[in-house]
Design a protein around this ligand. Structure first.
Ligand code: ZN
Length: 181
């Protein structure tokens, strides 16, 4: 089974100038995470013969230097899971010569925002319509009465979360507000 979700973001690069470098900047969701992020965040760059682990500078920027023409991917660790549309893997094609005027900015939190303990919906602020999210292959056994009608068992209700899991996934789903958290 895949351990990480595989989301892809194509970065477009301005193909002018001389520097073979791409800069990535982390925008913290919570400013109080700065010290932890500065000390612990790493950018893992792979592809096109590279396998680099980069540390951020004081501005929380990563410099991917000496890039040559080709396809790359990178990810930020520990989990970059808050923005679930762009997390885990970013892919880009680098062309030379290339120069980047502004760093690409990534919204980042080093901590997983989801918790099995927190069952309160962030929208309606109650647990009334909240059911668990289940991952993996789910076999559903329907209970039927003697007339063949399905017996609803609300305690068995859940939202299917898909087969691919990461180390940071939503645990709960509010049926009223259609939100996972
Ligand atoms: Zn709700």
């Amino acid at each position: 089974m895949y351990r990480l979700l595989f989301f892809i973001l194509f970065l477009s690069v301005n193909l002018f100038g001389q520097e073979n470098c791409i800069k990535i900047k982390l925008n913290l969701t919570h400013n109080e995470d700065y010290t932890f992020t500065y000390e612990n965040a790493r950018l893992i760059l792979t592809g096109n013969g590279r396998n680099d682990t980069l540390r951020p500078n004081r501005e929380l920027e990563f410099n991917m230097e000496n890039l040559t023409k080709g396809d790359y991917q990178f990810r930020i660790i520990p989990n970059n899971s808050l923005d679930r549309t762009t997390e885990h893997y970013y892919k880009f094609h680098f062309d030379t010569p290339a120069q980047q005027k502004h760093p690409f900015e990534i919204t980042y939190s080093p901590f997983c925002p989801y918790s099995i303990e927190n069952k309160t919906c962030p929208v309606c602020c109650t647990e009334k319509h909240v059911i668990p999210v289940r991952y993996g292959l789910i076999a559903v056994i329907e209970k039927r009465d003697k007339n063949g009608n399905i017996i609803n068992d609300d305690k068995k209700k859940f939202k299917a979360g898909g087969c691919v899991v990461s180390d940071c996934d939503p645990q709960w789903y509010c049926e009223q507000d259609d939100v996972k958290f």
